[in-house]
Design a protein around this ligand. Structure first.
Ligand SMILES: NC(=O)c1ccc[n+]([C@@H]2O[C@H](COP(=O)([O-])OP(=O)(O)OC[C@H]3O[C@@H](n4cnc5c(N)ncnc54)[C@H](OP(=O)(O)O)[C@@H]3O)[C@@H](O)[C@H]2O)c1
Length: 291
């Protein structure tokens, strides 16, 4: 471990998918952790040795207790963008370094080059951080493997058919645990200032192939029934339409060519990235009919 001082790493998004796993990795490495949450109740899921601090990225003043005495900061932003500049200015004044969870919006593969409000926010955050001169590292995961839990687990628990758009859209799902391991490494190890890391899983798989892999993990044959984009829009009523259109555009662009695959996970960790087959085997219980 090279985080030489005893200042805690401040983890934002600490109670979410990636932040929660980053905390486990940091604790395993013996690094003191401070977790940001908007609500103390949400932090009940965190290990007891984590220092929990309340704060809200949409209310920059509220972040002062979290930033006071923090060393390196993991910044994960799912909040509205309006306060991004003020939050980054506070980080630059108080933190030693920041690791930003972004996305591969600079990768010239059509899947990553569609209209995408999240990517626009990530690009803004990167520009703001660069303009302050704060030392930084950017981690850019592609499609999280865990996305298929909310997408497909309800259908697979209920039956043997997944209805979804673009059977032939290819992605390289990256295991959340590999994302978190890379993030943790860049937080507690020296040598990552200026690092810009695009993370993917090890193989390109179409939606239909991903569903079949989940079926294999369950010992069941699952069918993929392709729905139209309009059917998907109807199914997604209630979700923000920008997010729905973002997904449809990206998937449409991902048909007919393999997904972009990088070796960054193994380059940085020295171990092969987990396959989607491994992810499915480890999460099979979430898709099982009796779960
Ligand atoms: N899904 C993908 O395939 C994918 C791919 C590339 C990049 N990404 C990026 O990954 C990020 C999402 O990561 P995730 O899935 O781990 O997120 P998540 O599970 O949705 O968790 C979001 C976390 O942010 C915290 N949060 C929300 N609003 C906040 C606010 N106003 N102030 C402070 N904290 C706030 C929440 O904590 P509390 O409720 O405890 O406050 C929660 O723990 C996004 O930036 C997304 O664009 C996703």
């Amino acid at each position: 471990m090279s985080q030489t001082d005893s200042a805690p790493v401040l983890v934002t998004g600490a109670t979410g998918r990636i932040g929660r796993l980053v905390i486990d990795q940091l604790l395993d490495a013996g690094v003191p952790v401070r977790a940001l949450t908007r609500r103390l109740e949400a932090a009940a899921v965190l290990p007891p040795q984590v220092e929990v601090v309340t704060g809200d990225l949409t209310a920059p003043d509220s972040l002062e207790p979290a930033l006071n005495g923090a060393g390196v900061v993991f910044l994960l932003w799912t909040a509205p963008p309006a306060t991004a500049a003020e939050v980054v200015a506070r980080l630059a004044a108080r933190a030693r370094r920041v690791v930003l969870l972004s996305s591969p919006h600079r990768t010239p593969h059509p899947f990553f080059q569609q209209p995408n409000p999240m990517a626009a926010l990530h690009a803004d955050l990167e520009r703001l951080i660069a303009a302050t001169g704060l030392e930084s590292t950017v981690v850019r995961p592609g499609m999280f493997a865990s996305n298929c839990l909310p997408w497909w687990a309800p259908a697979i628990r209920a039956g043997d058919v997944v209805r979804w758009p673009y059977a032939a859209a290819a992605t390289a799902p990256v295991d959340d645990r590999d994302i978190a391991a890379v993030v943790a490494r860049t937080l507690h190890q020296d040598g990552h200032v200026g690092g810009d890391y695009v993370l993917t899983g090890p193989e390109s798989l179409t939606h239909a192939e991903q569903v079949a892999v989940i079926g294999d993990a369950l010992g069941r044959r699952l069918a993929f029934d392709e729905m139209t984009p309009d059917e998907f829009r109807t199914l997604s009523q209630g979700a923000p339409s920008a997010a729905v259109e973002m997904l449809l555009a990206a998937w449409h662009a991902a048909v007919g060519q393999p997904a972009h695959v990088t070796t960054t996970v193994s380059d940085l960790l020295g171990t092969a990235p987990r396959t989607f087959r491994q992810w499915a085997a480890d999460h099979a219980s979430a898709f099982a009919k009796d779960s």
